[in-house]
Design a protein around this ligand. Structure first.
Ligand code: ACO
Length: 332
């Protein structure tokens, strides 16, 4: 029996209008454009401003654009998964809010939390429903309003993150789509990258606020090292077992956390940097949104049959790599 793959048949991205530059950050904390650029590659990031605007606002724009450009009837979508660590609320899920606002009346929906690997984990999950033959149209959203959990007095983290969303439509194909993947988790990562307050461990209180427990905490160096070794290892494994070389792969699509991490992973896999998607300078680290925002930015340069390797590393720790055969040419 022939195999069914989950093909990406459309991608759309959305970032809010407000641009937070390195120059503006220089006025907020003791940092410099030179330090940020040389250590991370980031020049600016987008921030969602305004009251009562959560991550769903970003996801809704990405999904609206996706439905429009693919000419998809919202009622034909059977499942929507939203990868995020900055859900509007603990519940209902942000996926539910996105579906309600975009007319997905027939879809069931849920959030998936795997930090910066969220999109990779959600894409893997969603692709199983298509491959099993039980679903024909599934949307995966990666969306995060990182500005909601960033401490803008902590120079070691506030320079890194931005807000954004990306969404892809998955449909069955006999030839293109998600061909293989390998995902990992390691709970020891909890000590290096976390947000302590607000959950059942430390429910919100005057004390958790005073202790700044509702913000991201990161010990950058160990995370950097684990990100490089985790992504390099899994990229080489997925490529090797699919008989792929850096010649037969058109693009490496890495999570955008730090340009130095991206360069190191690329060079360890022997990828020329011209074949690596890098847009961190514009958006910073948008957590679950980095991979779909890359695909969206590069969409017009992708061709039917291109082999892509997606890879990510994030809080948890969580990491992985996914082999994707691109399914369409974009009319110019
Ligand atoms: N401006 C100026 N100086 C700074 C800044 C800043 N914004 N931030 C830190 N420094 C200082 C530090 O205080 C330190 O000073 P000291 O030597 O006097 O103590 C010095 O710069 C070096 O600090 P390091 O933390 O060692 O800097 P490093 O080179 O490691 O870069 C960074 C920090 C950019 C955070 C890096 O470690 C990194 O990218 N880590 C991985 C990030 C990542 O991949 N995260 C995973 C995904 S996130 C998620 O899952 C939600």
């Amino acid at each position: 029996m022939s195999k069914t793959f989950a093909a990406i048949t459309g991608v759309h991205g959305y970032v809010p209008d407000y641009v937070l530059t390195n120059e503006e950050l220089e006025k907020m904390v003791d940092t410099s454009d030179e330090w940020i650029t040389s250590r991370t590659g980031i020049k600016e990031r987008r921030i969602l401003k305004g009251v009562e605007k959560g991550t769903s606002v970003l996801g809704i724009e990405a999904v609206k654009g996706l439905l429009e450009k693919t000419g998809t009837n919202p009622e034909d979508i059977e499942l929507l998964i939203c990868a995020t660590v900055t859900a509007d609320m603990h519940f209902p899920d942000t996926a539910n809010l996105i579906a309600a606002a975009t007319g997905l009346t027939k879809a069931y929906t849920f959030d998936l939390s795997a930090a910066c690997s969220g999109f990779l984990f959600a894409l893997t999950t969603a692709s199983q429903f298509i491959a099993a033959g039980t679903h024909k149209k599934v949307i995966v959203v990666g969306a995060d309003k990182m500005s909601a959990i960033v401490d803008y007095t902590d120079r070691s983290t506030c320079i890194l993150f931005g807000d954004g969303a990306g969404a892809v439509l998955l449909e069955p194909s006999g030839e293109y789509g998600v061909m293989d993947q390998q995902l990992h988790s390691d709970g020891q990562g909890q000590h290096y990258l976390y947000m302590k307050g607000g959950g059942s461990f430390h429910p919100p209180s005057a004390e958790t606020i005073a202790n700044k427990e509702h913000f991201i905490v990161q010990d950058g160096k160990p995370v950097f090292k684990a990100a490089v070794s985790g992504m390099s290892d899994v990229v080489s494994k997925v490529m090797a077992r699919n008989g792929l070389t850096n010649d037969s792969v058109a693009w490496l699509v890495p999570h955008q956390a730090n340009k130095r991490i991206i360069q190191t992973v690329a060079s360890m896999a022997d990828f020329p940097i011209e074949k690596v998607m890098v847009n961190i300078q514009k958006y910073g680290n948008t957590t679950a949104a980095t991979l779909p925002l890359c695909l969206f930015d590069w969409e017009k340069r992708l061709h039917k049959g291109d082999n892509l390797i997606l890879t990510a590393f994030g809080g948890g720790f969580t990491w992985g790599a996914l082999y994707l055969k691109w399914a369409y040419d974009t009319p110019s």
